[in-house]
Design a protein around this ligand. Structure first.
Ligand code: PXP
Length: 239
């Protein structure tokens, strides 16, 4: 059964637009789980542009929510994450000027650093995932780094689908990577830019066990409500 993780960063974006306390990401986390999400993703960015430290601490403290904390490999952030103690960690590249995460991690450049970080998280019993581009080389490197999971960046296929361009080549790339990861005993997740249509296309890949979706879910909930969007996604990933 495929799982749905919901990224609630943009609940904090809306809250921060007013500098007040509503809508509170903590209540959003409880709410999405009540409505059927399997886990919650929050990205504690170096510039704290949406989720802040207090949100992360509060959300990770509640036993009712499985939390996937996205972080960069910055030493301070890694130290902070070990204190916050989420259930899961997803390591992502981070660039101050980007609007959202652009591309996967550079596993070659940061091999040694990543290995050390993963080891630390493993000692703390935190499931660790690497956000990577769909590349066979990166799947093999993720195995060398002893990652529990990979989250395959689906931004490219999402853009192709949205602009009604041919996406089969990218789909095949994701499929081949998912099959290899599965054979190597690495759990496969998918995320970035996903909407109903691209998620449905990706459900054909049986090796993908978890989808992490944020912006579309929060945006669509303006029109049909969060619980209806979650129900729709649960239906899509069930088939
Ligand atoms: N997965 C990862 C690793 C991400 O960095 C993001 C964006 O923060 C997402 C999933 C969610 O992407 P989107 O908001 O486009 O659904």
């Amino acid at each position: 059964m495929k799982r749905l993780g919901i990224n609630i960063d943009h609940v904090a974006t809306v809250r921060n637009a007013r500098g007040e306390s509503h809508p509170d990401p903590y209540y959003a986390a409880l709410h999405v789980i009540k409505m059927g999400a399997d886990s919650v993703t929050i990205h504690l960015r170096e510039d704290r542009r949406h989720i802040n430290d207090l949100d992360a601490k509060k959300i990770c403290k509640t036993k009712k929510v499985l939390v996937n904390l996205e972080i960069s490999i910055n030493d301070k952030i890694v130290k902070n994450a070990l204190k916050i103690k989420p259930d899961y960690i997803c390591l992502v590249p981070e660039n101050r000027k980007e609007v959202t995460t652009e591309g996967g991690l550079n596993l070659v450049k940061y091999k040694k650093k990543l290995k050390n970080i993963i080891e630390k998280f493993k000692k703390n019993k935190i499931r660790t995932s690497l956000f990577i581009n769909p590349s066979i080389k990166d799947i093999r490197l993720s195995k060398e780094l002893n990652a529990d999971c990979v989250e395959i960046h689906t931004g490219r296929i999402s853009n192709l689908v949205k602009s009604k361009k041919k996406y089969n080549e990218e789909l095949n790339r994701i499929k081949k990577c998912s099959i290899l990861a599965n054979q190597l005993n690495i759990e496969v997740h998918a995320g970035h830019g996903l909407d109903y249509k691209t998620t449905k296309i990706l459900t054909k890949i049986k090796e993908i066990e978890e989808f992490n979706i944020g912006h579309f879910i929060i945006g669509e909930s303006i029109f049909i409500g969060l619980s209806n969007v979650i129900k729709k996604f649960k239906r899509i990933i069930k088939n």
